[in-house]
Design a protein around this ligand. Structure first.
Ligand code: OOG
Ligand code: NI
Length: 453
């Protein structure tokens, strides 16, 4: 029997290969990585306890390691093919994001590791969007788009074969894994030669920049990678100083003492030279992003977040010119969101992981969980949010699609069609966080001998 490589290892190999490819393809992203390293170094030096806190959360070794990337596909078969490809790397679909209400003609999921242990081993995930051709208004253009997509193959034959081997044997050998990563990376490589004429490209671009990006090229080129940072506001400022042209606002919640959900920003897509049937043109789709994560919110916490964000967007719609006003409004509205971990926990606004405090032994605790936490016998740490936010994602899309990225789309609900295309039902992210929290409570009460009988 040959030894099989773990899916976590294959994902780590793949993540490293993607990093190498993207930094070579988009030098501006390499520049962003330097800025992040510099800011993170400064942040660590300025806060004496930060390193220890990151180490105990298992996050210190992940500084500077890409957290996510994003791709866009055009056909149901491409999406289900990706589901099988990512399964080999221990990534499964979590969450459903409908971007149509925000004017982007796609719906999406995230392929990611689901267990805490796998996420620590390699947190890499891919935000994956499927074009909704029915939202291309012009019927002739829609037919052209579908005919072009019908003809392309996004996986190499060897890649397809290796996926079948992995499915049949429950994994890959080391040699197969190396070959698989090499072949899989080909699917996400940028090909400067378009599949259409410049004239056709312009027509798709006019329909929607995203349609042009999905339809006119060989496959789902990776459109960004995302580094984590310890201080997203400092990196945003530094991007401006280094003329990396960041989008004007940081998406997500404002800066807080007790961070929640996900804050993210990016530099705007660069123009890359492309060949269209012998004519030279340029295509803008690819960029670099950074993110900073906080606590996963419960349904109640999320409802409060959504409400405060909606109020902010209505009162101070963000634009290039009004970024400061938007930031001030956001900070003001979020004064209504409790900003200390203990209140978030007691009011069930965020998910927590519980563990016996150091040195606490069996039989030393009585009473319910809150009493144990109050008496210092049990520790509670927020569980990190590992997913995405539709309003933020739409903001990232729009700033990178340039003019014309936001449209009024008359779109009905399409979740059923997405699941059919995917060939699976994405996991419910809230259920995953709830399970982690419950498992930690059970283990803690058991360890203390305080389990309810
Ligand atoms: C995906 C944009 C969404 C995020 O971080 O929210 C995203 C795309 O541009 O294809 O990656
Ligand atoms: Ni992203």
């Amino acid at each position: 029997m040959t030894q099989l490589v773990s899916a976590d290892t294959i994902r780590a190999m793949f993540s490293a290969a993607m990093t190498q490819m993207y930094r070579a393809e988009v030098p501006q992203y390499q520049k962003l990585a330097h800025i992040v390293a510099e800011v993170d170094g400064r942040t660590l030096a300025a806060d004496e306890t930060l390193e220890q806190r990151l180490r105990s959360a298992g996050r210190y070794d992940l500084i500077g390691v890409e957290r996510h990337g994003a791709i866009r596909v055009g056909r149901p078969q491409e999406l289900s093919g990706l589901r099988r490809l990512f399964a080999v790397m221990g990534m499964s679909p979590v969450g459903y994001y409908d971007l149509a209400p925000a004017g982007v003609p796609v719906h999406s999921t995230c392929f990611r590791p689901v267990t805490e242990q796998s996420t620590r081993a390699c947190p890499f995930r891919i935000f994956t969007s499927l074009l909704r051709p029915e939202l291309i208004e012009d019927a002739a253009l829609r037919r052209d788009a579908m005919a072009i997509l019908e003809r392309r193959r996004i996986f190499t034959p060897r890649c397809e074969h290796l996926i079948e081997i992995a499915e049949a044997h429950g994994g890959l050998s080391e040699a197969q894994a190396m070959e698989f990563v090499h072949e899989a990376t080909e699917t996400f490589r940028w090909h400067g030669r378009a599949k259409v004429s410049l004239d056709a490209y312009r027509k798709f671009l006019a329909a929607h920049p995203l349609v042009a990006d999905v339809v006119c090229f060989h496959g789902p080129h990776i459109n960004h990678l995302t580094l984590p940072t310890l201080d997203i506001d400092a990196v945003q400022q530094s991007m401006i100083e280094h003329e990396l042209d960041p989008k004007s606002i940081v998406e997500g919640p404002p800066r807080r003492r007790a961070p929640i959900l996900l804050r993210q920003t990016s530099f705007k897509a660069i123009a890359e030279t492309a060949q269209f049937d012998g004519e030279t043109g340029a295509h803008k789709a690819r960029f670099g992003e950074i993110e900073q994560r906080g606590a996963a919110l419960t349904a109640d916490g999320r409802a409060l977040y959504d409400e405060l964000l909606a109020q902010t967007l209505a009162a101070a719609p963000p634009s290039e010119a009004s970024a400061a006003a938007y930031g001030a409004e956001l900070a003001r509205r979020f004064e209504n969101f409790p900003d200390d971990a203990e209140t978030l926990r007691r009011r069930h606004l965020a998910f927590f992981r519980y563990a016996p405090a150091a040195g606490v032994r069996k039989g030393s605790g009585r009473g319910g969980l809150d009493a144990l936490v109050r008496d210092g016998l049990v520790r509670a740490e927020p569980i990190f949010y590992e997913d995405f936010l539709p309003v933020s994602a739409a903001g990232i899309f729009q700033s990178n699609l340039g003019e014309g990225g936001r449209r009024e789309l008359a779109a009905g609900a399409a979740r059923g069609a997405f699941e059919e295309a995917l060939g699976a039902t994405p996991a419910d992210e809230l259920a995953l966080y709830a399970q982690s929290e419950e498992a930690s409570i059970r283990a803690t009460l058991e360890a203390l001998g305080a389990a309810e009988t």
